[in-house]
Write a protein that binds this ligand. Structure first.
Ligand code: ADP
Ligand code: ZN
Length: 429
């Protein structure tokens, strides 16, 4: 394969780069960060103990708690004078995380992101409409940085601003849209509603930042007349978006294993799960200078996809993120991830991809209600029957009772960013 940005590496070469990067990162963090030094000492190890890739297991874990304790400049391992930028996470789960970058960190990120556009089959004549947040977040800046490095044309619209988005789609004929899956869905509904489908030239959507369902994806792929859509991997702690992307074979996301190591561990025992089993993604950076990551527990759940990809690229693959362990809620003693409800709804052709779960407590007992939208003109129109069938399926698969309400299309709140699926009012009784 002939690539400008994606390196062509054998397994051995990747392993060499990983071992070299691991040794460097352990030594760099030990030397530069009092936090890492004391956490390695506590673990009874020092950087010189890293001799093979398996020795990664000697290193201590790092958690989101550690980031909060070090606020506002956690994990800092270089003199502040070397920091050229900071970014903050969206703070979906608690306090905002702030991470620092050196110029070299920015350059690594930029090249990684250019690889993503290349993997998505873009060329320098593509027009990339970036509909994610600019500012403190890594999203907008990251997509922009990568696009300019790659050499395509960036249209930095940001999230929301529906009218401007549609104007760019129709007047500038954007060929690639970058957004959350929720936002892509919302735009596709608007394109349909305003009858713009044959006035736009979109071919691809790159979406990320939140979990999606195949149904959401199919819905916007069809409504926008796409050739491909690609799930993109990323989190603020590890540069930002662009650390991995689906290829055109759509058999999982390739991630840049020469830049970071991914482990998938059992969240309870912290031992590796069997190949292909679901576990928690744990990340170690290999080149990050300002805020290196050592065995950072992401709480994101996914699995490795074993074997080589039919696209021919030799970079390991990971399945889509199924949810984050901190999204889990406990309802009447059952652990539930919102995505499990989403999966049940997948089976119903007469429902849209949107859903909302609401949890309340009445007289000491928890109640769950699930609101879903019926697609116009679908099924026999009997909402009561449909609601009953959906509730039965939820009970069958997740073993809990819920009250299902069918609402009209477009009734549920749409999101320009990450959709919020669960409204938990149980503490308010
Ligand atoms: P936070 O949401 O924690 O404030 P970020 O804005 O950095 O922080 O978002 C990173 C998180 O977003 C990831 O840990 C993961 O849970 C989620 N995420 C990012 N990309 C995807 C994706 N492609 N699919 C599913 N979830 C994703
Ligand atoms: Zn592939």
């Amino acid at each position: 394969m002939d690539h400008r940005f994606i390196p062509n590496l054998t397994d051995e070469k990747i392993a060499d780069k990983q071992l070299e990067g691991l040794k460097w990162t352990a030594a760099h963090a030990y030397q530069g960060s009092p936090f890492y030094r004391s956490s390695m000492k506590e673990q009874g190890m020092e950087p010189g103990d890293i001799k093979t890739l398996d020795d990664i297991r000697k290193l201590p874990f790092t958690t989101a708690e550690d980031l909060k304790d070090g606020y506002p400049m956690p994990l800092l391992s270089v003199p502040e004078a070397d920091v050229v930028r900071i970014h903050g996470s969206s703070g979906t789960t608690g306090k905002r995380k702030i991470l620092a970058y050196t110029q070299n960190d920015i350059d690594v990120w930029k090249d990684m992101f250019a690889r993503c556009y290349e993997l998505a089959g873009l060329t320098v004549t593509d027009r990339v409409q970036i509909c994610v947040g600019y500012g403190l977040w890594t999203a907008g800046v990251g997509f922009q940085l990568g696009c300019e490095r790659f050499g395509a044309m960036a249209l930095p619209v940001g999230p929301g601003l529906l009218e401007i988005q549609l104007q760019m789609l129709t007047d500038l004929k954007s060929t690639c849209l970058c957004s959350t899956a929720s936002m892509a869905l919302l735009m596709s509904e608007e394109v349909q509603k305003q009858g713009l489908a044959d006035k736009i030239a979109l071919k691809k959507v790159i979406f990320g930042a939140e979990t999606h369902t195949p149904k959401m994806r199919k819905q916007f792929e069809e409504a926008l007349g796409l050739e491909h859509s690609f799930d993109i991997l990323g989190m603020t702690e590890l540069y930002g978006p662009g650390t991995g992307l689906e290829c055109m074979a759509h058999e999982g996301m390739h991630y840049w294993a020469d830049i970071f190591i991914m482990e998938i561990l059992d969240p309870d025992t912290l031992e590796p799960v069997a190949p292909g089993e679901v576990g928690e993604m744990v990340l170690t950076s290999l080149k990050k200078e300002a805020s290196p990551l050592i065995r950072y527990r992401t709480h994101d759940l996914t699995r490795f996809i074993p074997g080589t990809c039919s696209c021919g690229l030799n970079m390991p693959r990971v399945d889509k993120i199924m949810g984050r362990s901190d999204d889990m809620f406990i309802f009447r003693g059952v652990n539930i991830y919102p995505g499990q409800i989403g999966s049940v709804l997948e089976g119903f052709g007469e429902l849209s991809a949107e859903y909302q779960i609401s949890l309340t407590r009445r007289e000491g007992l928890d109640h769950m209600s699930v609101r879903v939208e019926r697609l116009p003109g679908s099924g026999d129109g009997n909402d009561e029957n449909l609601a009953k069938t959906v509730a039965n399926e939820i009970r069958k698969h997740i073993l809990v009772r819920s009250e299902v309400k069918i609402v009209g299309t477009g009734t549920l709140p749409r999101s320009f960013a990450k959709a919020k699926r669960v409204q938990d009012d149980r503490s308010e009784e």
